[in-house]
Design a protein. Structure first.
Length: 403
């Protein structure tokens, strides 16, 4: 099966090329529209019920409002926990539901109960109402009315893109200021866009620097710019695949999930395949010198199909083991799951993308741009690896001697 996929990819380069262009377009679109947060949102699936009664003391709030509302909500399906705070003039109740119920079903159930509980409360004590559909990280923009002692906070709906929300708020601010009394201005003092910008800069800087280091090492050690280029190109393509999957399944990117991507593990399979193809070509330099252009191309394709198939059977086994390691993380629930599951999904999907590329893109590119060396003279990389191999053999002899 593996050999058939590799052979199809090599013999149908145009189809694989279109597939890769679609892959890039999907990933770039996801990159531009994927919600980006600084950290994972650990807020559970909750609905807040608030009642204002300015004339009632704390004890009266608890007895007349908080307790009857809790009693009415206690038999809702999927309800896990009820938390409440009673203060002077305020009853604040938090209802926690199972995650599998989603965001809207619990609010529908609570809304139906609020209609019935409102008629059971004493007259004039206030009307219970649901809080906004937001989370603990919902505070996107905070401002003070300069000229008046007024402050406000713009809350973001759960699952929205913070950068887009803040941009829309800033776009509306001039229109709001036009409606304010003379001498009153809106002065922002807490804007999450600056934090998101710093986080994005950190993530991009780490990813770019990591990729550049890996690319430099690959090109240097492989001793062939073309082979290093093929292997290095797997890094951005795998990352674009991961971003596309995250966008498709409504997963937000954050510093933890993107920072966990290990380029060394991702390109492991591509390195093995390309290096083995180059090695097999180097063994047949004298044979290639006797062939013409079309014969060389055909022979390169044959070597690539055989070498890629042989190495991929070994590489895919190791890659599957790495994917299996993440299964326990994917089974986490609650706050632990919200913290670490995006990391496992991001890394796992990037690795799946690398496996797909190793079966299609890497063999196709290897057969297309790799050609046998014109000389069998050792290159700089060969000399460096040769010295490392000699040093290792000496250490191995000493270790075996004193075992």
């Amino acid at each position: 099966m593996i050999n058939k996929i590799i052979a199809f990819s090599i013999k149908n380069k145009f189809i694989v090329g279109l597939f890769i262009f679609a892959w890039i377009g999907w990933g770039v679109y996801a990159l531009l529209h994927l919600p980006l947060n600084t950290v994972p949102d650990l807020t559970n699936n909750q609905v807040k019920v608030t009642t204002y009664a300015p004339d009632l003391a704390t004890e009266e709030i608890e007895r007349l409002i908080t307790y009857p509302v809790e009693l009415e909500m206690g038999n809702l399906p999927g309800l896990i926990e009820i938390r409440s705070k009673s203060k002077f003039g305020l009853s604040d109740i938090t209802l926690v539901f199972e995650e599998k119920m989603g965001m809207y079903k619990p609010r529908q159930l609570v809304s139906e109960k609020l209609k019935s509980v409102s008629g059971k409360l004493p007259a004039g004590v206030g009307e219970p109402s649901m809080g906004p559909l937001t989370s603990g990280l919902g505070g996107a923009f905070t401002y003070n009315g300069k000229g008046e002692a007024v402050g406000g906070k713009v809350m973001m709906l759960r699952g929205e893109n913070p950068a887009e929300v803040i941009a829309n708020v800033r776009e509306r601010l001039p229109r709001v200021e036009e409606a304010l009394p003379e001498g009153v201005q809106i002065e922002p003092f807490l804007d999450r866009s600056s934090l998101i910008k710093d986080t994005t800069t950190t993530v991009v800087e780490n990813l770019v620097l990591g990729a550049l280091i890996v690319i430099f090492v690959l090109v240097f050690l492989m001793g062939n710019f073309r082979s290093g280029l093929i292997t290095a190109s797997v890094i951005p393509l795998s990352l674009l695949f991961a971003l596309g999957v995250m966008y498709t399944f409504d997963l937000s990117a954050n510093l933890i999930s993107l920072g966990a991507v290990d380029f060394g593990i991702i390109i492991d399979g591509a390195v093995i395949i390309v290096e083995f193809v180059v090695y097999q070509m180097s063994l047949r330099i004298s044979h290639f010198r006797q062939l013409s252009g079309r014969q060389i191309k055909q022979r390169v394709e044959e070597i690539t199909i055989w070498a890629s198939g042989r190495m991929m059977r070994t590489a895919i086994f190791g890659q599957l083991i790495i994917l299996i390691v993440f299964i326990p993380i994917l089974t986490l629930t609650g706050q632990e799951g919200k913290m670490f599951r995006p990391m496992a999904i991001t890394f796992g999907t990037a690795l799946v993308g690398a496996i797909i590329l190793c079966l299609t893109y890497v063999p196709m590119m290897a057969s297309w741009i790799l050609r046998p060396e014109k000389t069998d003279k050792p290159r700089l990389a060969d000399r460096v690896i040769g010295q490392i191999r000699k040093s290792y053999r000496k250490m191995l002899r000493v270790a075996l001697h004193y075992r």
